[in-house]
Design a binder for this molecule. Structure first.
Ligand SMILES: [Fe+2]
Ligand SMILES: [Fe+2]
Length: 453
């Protein structure tokens, strides 16, 4: 909280700025002169407050209150050596360049991990087709360890793994890597944050145990288990190698017979391949068999249906969420990619309030994927394009005007969570998909590109 003189606030409001104190302000006689939620945009209001004997007012800078300039950017206070306060819109952070360089370095690392995983997966798929389902499981484990380590050591790392589909034939490789990275990140979040919360929840609400099914669903997974699970996520669709391409890539709706063949990729072909390779991984078989099973009673188009949703383990449910998320946010030959945040909201809405356990799972899911990946480019509702510097906020650098013309000079970063209430034209346009990495490189201005490695 800062105390700001009324005269200074008058100057700001005179120039088109606005203020919300975020705290009730009283004068010496105990009279309420400013209500905490009121957005002050008239000089007259401030002059009346001054006339009631108040010379400076407290302002909570943050969620509750704030000071914004005429274009809605949060202003922040700097005190010079003599203690004189000056106001500037959020200044260009000196570490912007460093941050852009960091993001691009992480992207390069992700590309390496992704490239290795992709090559390996192509080889595995090829081996399976050529050798009647057999493949080198040790080498595959090494690749998955690579993805696992990358996701474990960097925040939001999965979002850096390439979402660029070079050719549509590569879809299955990209999808397997993405599901592996996303599901691993969700599982780790669930493991670290939610298993305690769930156990507490169960202790206070015994009736939830019934709905949650087997108590073994809530065990905390040990590092070795997590790696095994990661491998399971990587191989979740391995059965698709045995499904004819004409059916997998069909543009129109599948006939009931074709859908039956596709279903077989999980509980028939997937299981067969993993068993034939003697993969000593209990989790992988469960994941392959049940990653399309219902998450709640009565869910449509799910298979197989020989298990109640209560019997499907948490880690398999996580695979299903990651699978839906990746399928919806990826571009295919028959559909465009959807905006990830819009997809997260849709998934959350479809599954919220279905059962107790699912709630915790959805929260872990939203925490992990409900963010704008740093380095991605989004559209604001007013048509401006912006580069994501930090998922928190998100903190962005808008780099075009609303007609798509590139701005000549790099503007200050803008924290979208700090915008003045009602500044909706600066909010993220969730209907538009994120740009692909190649599109991003084409659009980014030189003043951002020059920091990239
Ligand atoms: Fe699948
Ligand atoms: Fe899948």
């Amino acid at each position: 909280m800062k105390r700001i003189s009324i005269d200074t606030l008058v100057k700001i409001v005179k120039n088109g700025g606005t203020v919300r104190t975020g705290i009730d302000v009283f004068n010496d006689r105990g009279l309420l002169v400013i209500e905490k939620d009121v957005l002050i945009n008239r000089v007259q209001t401030l002059l009346l407050v001054k006339r009631s004997g108040v010379t400076d007012v407290p302002v909570i800078l943050g969620k509750e209150g704030g000071i914004w300039d005429a274009s809605g950017r949060p202003m922040h206070i700097e005190e010079d050596e003599k203690g004189k306060k000056t106001f500037t819109a959020r200044p260009l952070r000196s570490d912007v360049g460093r941050r852009i360089a960091e993001i691009s370095e992480l992207k390069l690392k992700a590309r390496e991990v992704h490239g290795r995983a992709c090559d390996r997966l192509k080889q595995v798929m090829h081996e399976i087709k050529e050798h009647n389902g057999e493949f080198d499981t040790n080498l595959t484990e090494k690749v998955v360890d690579d993805i696992f380590d990358f996701v474990s050591h960097h925040d939001n790392a999965f979002s850096f793994l390439a979402r660029e589909i070079i050719s549509y034939d590569d879809y299955l490789y990209n999808h397997s890597i993405n599901v592996c990275a996303i599901a691993t990140a969700i599982l780790k979040k669930f493991n670290e944050t939610f298993s305690d919360a769930i156990n507490e929840h169960l202790a206070t609400r015994p009736e939830a145990i019934l709905s949650a099914g087997s108590a073994s669903s809530f065990i905390e997974y040990l590092p070795d288990d997590l790696r095994q699970l990661s491998l399971g996520y990587f191989l979740h669709d391995v059965g698709k190698t045995m499904i004819p391409d004409e059916i997998l890539n069909k543009k129109g709706r599948l006939t009931p017979e074709e859908f039956d063949v596709v279903k077989g990729h999980s509980y028939i072909k997937g299981r067969e391949i993993l068993v034939a390779n003697k993969l000593d991984n209990f989790y992988a078989i469960k994941i392959a068999c049940y990653h399309h099973a219902a998450l709640y009673d009565g869910e449509d188009r799910c298979y197989p249906d020989d298990r109640s949703p209560l019997e499907i383990p948490v880690y398999v449910k996580i695979c299903k969420l990651a699978d839906i998320y990746d399928a919806m946010t990826s571009k295919r030959c028959y559909k465009d990619a959807m905006n990830p945040t819009g997809v997260v909201t849709n998934i959350f809405r479809s599954y919220a309030d279905r059962d107790h356990l699912l709630q915790f799972l959805l929260h872990a899911f939203v925490k992990v994927v409900g963010i704008y990946p740093p380095g991605s480019v989004i559209y604001l509702a007013n048509g401006q394009m912006a580069y994501i510097l930090d998922s928190d906020g998100p903190l962005v650098i808008p780099f075009t005007d609303s007609d798509g013309e590139q701005l000549k000079v790099m503007p200050d970063p803008l924290d979208l969570s700090d915008l003045r209430p009602g500044k909706d034209e600066m909010a993220v346009d969730r209907r538009r998909p994120l740009l692909t990495p190649i599109e991003i490189q084409k659009k980014l201005p030189k003043y951002i590109r020059e920091y990239q490695k």
